[in-house]
Write a new protein. Structure first.
Length: 726
């Protein structure tokens, strides 16, 4: 029996290889050559028929062999037990407890033999019926061994596998080769493996962020594409029915994932089930630290007013953010925002992605309440009902598109034409700004106390101050004296809590009854308890004084000029409102040396305002009429934090202005050690980038090289250190 089984296995392997070749030829047959398609289809039908017949014989022999192995082994074991029973008559009392078990085993063995015989007869009967049906039909026209109509999927499968089967996958290499792989949809993931025992490779980690569509514009037939936020995967089925079944299975899995699985489950599973091709190289300790850091970021951002629920549907505990809008979203609304494109909304996870300190501070400056006052300003007047967490995806998608793309809920921009003749017409307008007293020449508060009180300080105070000085030397990338002019540039001290528009602010403006001035963007600072403690310890150095920008003619008011003024005033809510009204992010003021809002933000001294403009597409290298880019202005003004941010965003430090000076020469003339160090560090990194490129080619610097990683870490630690200390 074993010899016959091995011969059948060899025949089965040979026929299987023939069928694989036929499947490949059938898949490669072009649709515009019917004769090749017909020939390939006929060959595939014959090969498949032979394969199925031989497979039946092979399965039959396997089952017969397995059945014999089962009861023969058990029968031998039972004989051995009886022999032991006879041999150990004197130990009968000790083995008496096994007697019921042996009787039960004998009964089960008899039943197993009977069941095996019945199963064998049924398989032989089915085999005979198939043989008769094949003989009664045309050999070439009928193929009962393969029936597309039986293809189905089960979203609620007990083993979690919704659908599985072979598909052709187009490779992502330059040759775009097609390979046949075993695909399956399980646990809301699309995975595949080359062989049965191979490790699963994850194609799509979360089907909730994907879409599937058929592809009719390529040469191959029966193709469809699975599109995720980071990549797309082109697949090919063996027939049209199979293609439709796979598309429906993916769509059903997406809908099921939205209904049943909470966000926390996906967050845990992404770190646990990723394959070698998609998994991180972080250790378990790094993963735990990243999770703790993610939870800290989540709690900090969610503490902003309105951020405890989704900005668009109100679902509690949102864990996704739109970083250019400054809002928090649920997983479903984040998928809709992602479909709008990065020019409209840049989506990032609060727990899965890394967050830079300046970006985290930007999120804390805006928030859901502030942005909804802008984008939903007229909802109550229009009597519109906002979607809820239980609303359908279609309703949420329609609301989000009307809100952010069509922008139908905005209040109109106030100008001289919007007021009636009977109303008092303001002739001028200005922008409220928040100016901090701590200047660029002041050292951190604790160190200033040490320097001012050193004359009459006690030995204990001197010891404490010396310890503090050593701490600054240990934590800083530069010496303490060089850091003195740095700390005030990062706007995260006391009073840097979330800002929101006051009741009379916004593009509607507010007027004073005794003046003809329209004031935009009044802000109210909301300071947390921790920030109050910091403010007390710093002896009021972060005191805030409200000021206003220069007065402008109301008839010349437009979104571009408004964002220009708001950028210098560091008024982020007003900048966001101007962008909502269509302000051009790189608007040029030809009346002010062709300066842009980003240059104005530099002159206003706000790192966060610069980052907000860059997140919304501002050009970091756009120059004014003097040929000076934002990096030049930041260097002239000694704004070290902004210089660091612009270098991080790819600013060109080799560009010269109208006076023939680049940023490094400006910093050297100004004797600014911090900026000189940063610029030379960036220039050295560029030189090493060219040196480490393959074959000496510049620009081919790998992003994960040790030099590049060290440079990024140095820049990021520099920003983080100063944000924590300022």
């Amino acid at each position: 029996d074993v010899r016959k089984f091995k011969e059948t296995k060899k025949q089965f392997d040979k026929v299987r290889e023939d069928m694989e070749i036929s499947l490949v030829k059938n898949a490669q047959a072009p649709r515009h050559k019917p004769h090749e398609v017909e020939e390939a289809t006929g060959t595939l039908t014959i090969t498949r028929k032979c394969f199925r017949h031989l497979a039946l014989d092979y399965v039959l022999q396997i089952n017969v062999l397995q059945a014999k192995k089962k009861f023969e082994i058990l029968d031998a074991m039972l004989s051995f037990m009886h022999a032991q029973y006879t041999f150990f008559q004197q130990g009968y009392s000790l083995l008496h407890e096994l007697d019921p078990y042996m009787k039960k085993l004998a009964t089960e063995l008899d039943q197993l033999v009977i069941d095996s015989a019945v199963e064998k007869r049924e398989m032989e009967h089915k085999h005979a019926l198939i043989q008769q049906r094949v003989k009664s039909q045309s050999f070439y026209l009928q193929d009962f061994s393969y029936d597309d109509s039986k293809v189905e999927f089960n979203v609620d499968a007990p083993n979690g596998v919704v659908m599985e089967g072979y598909l052709f996958k187009r490779a992502s290499n330059a040759f775009k080769t097609w390979n046949r792989r075993w695909f399956s949809i399980q646990n809301s993931q699309l995975v595949y493996q080359k062989k049965l025992k191979d490790v699963l490779t994850v194609v799509v980690e979360d089907l909730r962020l994907c879409t599937v569509k058929p592809c009719e514009d390529i040469e191959r037939r029966f193709c469809f594409e699975v599109v995720s936020p980071t990549k797309s995967c082109m697949l090919q089925a063996d027939s049209e029915k199979l293609r439709q079944a796979w598309i429906q299975a993916v769509q059903a899995s997406i809908a099921s994932a939205y209904r049943e699985s909470p966000d926390s489950y996906y967050i845990e599973r992404l770190d646990r089930t990723a394959s070698p091709s998609t998994s991180s190289i972080d250790s378990a300790t790094d993963s735990r630290e990243r999770n703790v850091k993610g939870e800290s970021i989540l709690q900090r951002v969610q503490s902003i007013p309105g951020n405890d629920q989704c900005c668009d549907c109100g679902q509690p505990d949102p864990r996704w953010a739109s970083i250019n809008l400054g809002i928090l979203l649920c997983i479903e609304c984040s998928g809709i925002h992602r479909s709008l494109g990065v020019h409209c909304s840049k989506v990032r996870s609060l727990t899965l992605d890394s967050w830079e300190p300046e970006l985290l501070k930007l999120m804390c400056e805006l928030g859901n309440s502030t942005m909804n006052q802008i984008y939903e300003a007229q909802c109550e007047e229009l009597g519109l009902k906002k979607p809820t967490a239980g609303s359908s995806r279609q309703d949420k998608e329609a609301w989000i598109k009307v809100k952010y793309v069509e922008k139908k809920f905005l209040k109109k921009l106030a100008n001289g034409e919007t007021l009636t003749e009977n109303e008092r017409k303001p002739r001028r307008w200005c922008v409220k700004k928040c100016q901090r007293h701590n200047s660029t020449t002041k050292a951190p508060t604790a160190r200033r106390k040490y320097r001012h009180e050193v004359g009459n300080a006690s030995p204990a105070m001197l010891s404490s101050a010396a310890t503090l000085e050593r701490k600054f030397r240990r934590d800083s990338l530069f010496c303490p004296d060089e850091l003195d002019s740095l700390f005030s540039y990062f706007d995260t001290g006391a009073g840097s809590g979330p800002r929101s528009l006051s009741s009379d602010s916004g593009l509607g403006g507010s007027t004073d009854g005794s003046t003809d001035i329209l004031v935009f963007g009044s802000v109210v600072d909301s300071v947390t308890e921790e920030e109050c403690e910091v403010s007390e310890e710093s002896s009021g150095e972060a005191e805030i004084e409200q000021e206003a920008s220069d007065l402008e003619d109301l008839r010349e008011l437009h979104p571009g000029l408004l964002i220009y003024k708001a950028a210098q005033a560091r008024n982020l809510p007003l900048m966001a409102e101007a962008l909502a009204h269509g302000a051009e992010i790189n608007w040029v003021n030809d009346e002010d040396e062709n300066k842009t809002p980003l240059i104005q933000a530099v002159m206003g001294g706000s790192l966060i305002a610069c980052d907000f403009l860059l997140q919304n597409g501002a050009d970091v290298n756009q120059r004014d009429i003097r040929g000076r880019a934002p990096l030049h202005h930041a260097t002239y003004l000694g704004h070290t934090g902004q210089v660091c941010l612009f270098l991080k965003r790819g600013a060109n430090q080799h560009a010269v202005d109208g006076d023939g000076q680049d940023p490094l020469s400006i910093a050297v003339q100004a004797a600014n050690a911090d900026i000189v160090t940063l610029l030379r560090l960036a220039r050295m990194n560029e030189e090493m980038r060219e040196a480490e490129g393959p074959f000496g080619q510049p620009g081919q610097y790998p992003s994960n090289s040790p030099t590049e990683l060290q440079y990024r870490k140095c820049i990021q630690e520099f920003i983080s250190l100063n944000i924590d200390e300022c």
